[in-house]
Design a protein. Structure first.
Length: 312
């Protein structure tokens, strides 16, 4: 007689069993620490490189600021940024060195800048609405021709423009500098606004058209308020480009009373006599203040206008 002896089951209670402990993720933690330290090191290196390039780019401006506080005989003998003398008289002498106080030329520049801004905002926005929303024959061809004008240098068109304005008797006035802006001649701003308007939903136009609005009311009450980032970008760029424009203003303005800031700064340099470099550098710093303030307070609108242009 055989007896089957079954293997005894483990009757130990579950509570008395020793749980198996998982090995701590040492390798993963070590790998994360290495990646974190590596990313921190790379970011630190990038910041150091950017700061170095920033200092190199700002050095000419800082040198001009320091040179505006030095005597004329010391300016080109010292290339460093350390001031050994403090010549504040360069600002007072430079302000009254020309035929009129330097503030007179800043007012002339401001007149041209304001007229150019108004002209670009009005004409370029209307042209952009026409290209983006209206349907007419050869629209794409005209838009391509408009874009091709961006590649034309100003030296190509300045001669026929000068002849036209001279025949009209407008040379030595601000009209040749402002009138082209009222005709949407800045194709860059037209293209900028076209791309922005194309990113706006057309359902807004259709809803307004159902309510009885025509193109004028759609443009002024719907499209134009939504174009504020693009309009702000146009304003900032127009201000900077017009304020710093030298070539066009030198061609059309011959009377010293009509000089703008860039042309007036050229008057400090005399090829036949001693040039007042200290006064010129001092007035250059003064002329940069409006540009710096406009860019400082309008930077967020500039970035927003460029970032949102063309987004569908």
């Amino acid at each position: 007689m055989t007896t089957n002896i079954a293997p005894q089951a483990n009757t130990a209670p579950a509570a008395t069993r020793t749980p198996t402990k998982a090995a701590p993720p040492v390798r993963r933690k070590k790998r994360n620490d290495e990646e974190l330290s590596g990313s921190t090191g790379s970011r630190l290196l990038k910041h150091i490189v950017l700061i170095a390039f920033g200092i190199i780019m700002l050095y000419p401006l800082l040198w001009m600021l320091v040179s505006s506080l030095r005597p004329n005989d010391v300016i080109f003998r010292e290339a460093g940024l350390w001031l050994t003398t403090f010549e504040i008289s360069n600002y007072t002498e430079g302000w009254n060195a020309l035929q009129s106080p330097f503030g007179h030329y800043m007012i002339n520049s401001m007149i041209v800048v304001v007229g150019s801004i108004i002209g670009n905002l009005v004409s370029c926005s209307m042209a952009a609405y026409a290209f983006a929303r209206l349907k007419f024959r050869r629209r794409n061809l005209l838009f391509a021709i408009m874009l091709m004008t961006i590649m034309l240098p100003i030296h190509v068109i300045i001669v026929p423009q000068y002849i036209i304005f001279s025949e009209l008797g407008w040379v030595n006035t601000f009209i040749p500098l402002v009138l082209p802006k009222l005709l949407a001649t800045d194709a860059f701003f037209v293209f900028l606004m076209v791309q922005f308007i194309r990113g706006l939903p057309k359902e807004l136009d259709e809803a307004a058209r159902i309510d009885g609005c025509g193109h004028v009311r759609i443009f002024t009450r719907i499209i134009l308020p939504l174009m504020m980032p693009a309009l702000a970008t146009t304003t900032i760029f127009t201000f900077i480009w017009t304020w710093n424009d030298f070539f066009s203003q030198l061609i059309y303005l011959t009377d010293p009373e009509m000089y703008t800031v860039p042309v007036a700064l050229r008057s400090f340099v005399d090829s036949t006599a001693t040039s007042s470099w200290g006064s010129m550098f001092a007035m250059s710093i003064v002329s940069l203040l409006p540009v710096f303030l406009v860019f400082l307070f309008g930077q967020k609108y500039l970035v927003k206008g460029i970032a949102t242009t063309g987004i569908k």
